[in-house]
Design a protein around this ligand. Structure first.
Ligand code: ATP
Length: 206
């Protein structure tokens, strides 16, 4: 299993009831999990806990054989090697697409940058700045940057919510193909059951 969560416990200070209690989850390498559920059910919080952005969760989290947290340890976010794709793309506006992709890499590598540009169908657009790209291209550039860091797990929070509906079907297909080619273990949050139907191998209702 690429991801193992055992007996997760989590509650925000302001809450009476825990958001997670005795929660378990397993995901095999290369599989795509869709997380669905009503507003406020804890979807984004689950991603934040896995990424190490919430440090008060109980239980065990292991990714790629590494323990992110257990009773004794808590690995900080920067040591977890998690790829996070937000709905607002989070590209650096003052860096070109190539520079954005290079930013995530441990060692700058021209060849790998070119490969990622090709994989995300951005050949020839490497020298552009994010504002010179369409929404779908920005989304793919953000994915290329995230993949450049070779994450052990890819987390996406509502990856399609800022895209025009006309683009969503293409983007779903692109994303699926890219994730499959890279054999990326992926968790994504969505409100849209169609996203889950097209993209996911596994579903989780929170
Ligand atoms: N920093 C915080 N402090 C206290 N409560 C919080 C905090 N962040 C989120 N919450 C609460 O925790 C619950 C889960 O929030 P979360 O953002 O994980 O939900 P979600 O399922 O992603 O919702 P949505 O579908 O609306 O994005 C909500 O009730 C929210 O109000």
């Amino acid at each position: 299993m690429q991801l193992r969560i055992k007996d997760l416990q989590f509650k925000f200070k302001t809450m009476d009831k825990p958001l997670f209690q005795g929660f378990d989850l397993e995901l095999a390498e290369g599989k795509i999990l869709a997380v669905l559920g009503q507003s406020g059910s804890g979807k984004s919080t689950l991603l934040r806990i896995i990424a190490g952005l919430e440090d008060r969760a109980g239980g065990t989290i292991q990714v790629g054989g590494r323990t992110f947290q257990d009773r004794r340890r808590f690995l900080p976010v920067e040591k977890r090697n998690i790829g996070f794709l937000f709905q607002d793309y989070a590209l650096f506006p003052f860096l070109t697409v190539e520079q954005n992709i290079g930013f995530g890499m441990k060692r700058k590598d021209r060849k790998r940058t070119e490969e990622l540009l090709e994989l995300t169908r951005l050949e020839g657009l490497g020298k552009r700045y994010p504002h010179q790209l369409s929404g779908g291209q920005q989304q793919r550039a953000a994915l290329a940057r995230t993949l450049g860091a070779e994450p052990a797990l890819l987390l996406m929070d509502e990856p399609f919510s800022n895209l025009d509906t006309a683009l969503v079907a293409d983007m779903r297909r692109d994303l699926k193909e890219i994730i499959r080619k890279k054999n990326m273990t992926t968790i994504f949050v969505t409100h849209n059951r169609e996203d889950a139907e097209v993209l996911a191998d596994q579903w989780l209702e929170l």
